[in-house]
Design a protein around this ligand. Sequence first.
Ligand code: TZP
Ligand code: MG
Length: 222
Amino acid sequence: MTRIASDTMREQLKVYFIMGSVNCAKPPAEVLAEAIAGGITLFQFREKGSGALVGEQKYELAKQLQHICREHGIPFIVNDDVELALALDADGVHIGQEDEDARIVRAKIGDKILGVSAHNLEEARAAMDAGADYIGVGPIYPTKSKEDAKKAQGPEIIRLLRRHGIAIPLVAIGGVTADNAGEVIAAGADGVSVISAIASASSPETAARQLVRAVQSSKKGA
Ligand code: TZP
Ligand code: MG
């Protein structure tokens, strides 16, 4: 295996759906299948927050969702849990600033995809140096989906990072919807990452399709 090419990574980041069982109003497998039908390009299993599954139940849900992703050629990323990602032979891992050091995670996962959350220029540079394949930047807008979320910074943070030479694949997260996705792409993000815009929608398929359209039309206009 070799590290993912950055152009491929940028393509996969376009509409990056993240969720765990606590985010879903109906069975997670149904939500994921609908989101895939609507055109998501990447999926992250994030089993976190109050009421989240642990142990065997978490493992079984991860396996079920990974299977759905595999059937449809959607890469499957695991949030935080490096050991789970390795046990499942997932496509990658996403870590935050409070998780294990990115260099150590890179050494553990070899060429799998490594995503790192960054909130400022210093963290973005450190993530790049540590071998991240992409950075997740946010919250861009206020969010209810992350208990310990920092203050929303608006699309300006993306512009700032790009202006200061952060050229690696970058996905914007936090309060992103089909209505504001265009402005974060215009600010320089390669894609948008969402939980509630898809997981809480009455039709995850329609919601995903609307996000895909918003991202595509903003890229065309660039
Ligand atoms: N990291 C920063 S904001 C956020 C995470 C995981 C939550 C995003 O959820 P939503 O529902 O798309 O605002
Ligand atoms: Mg984390």
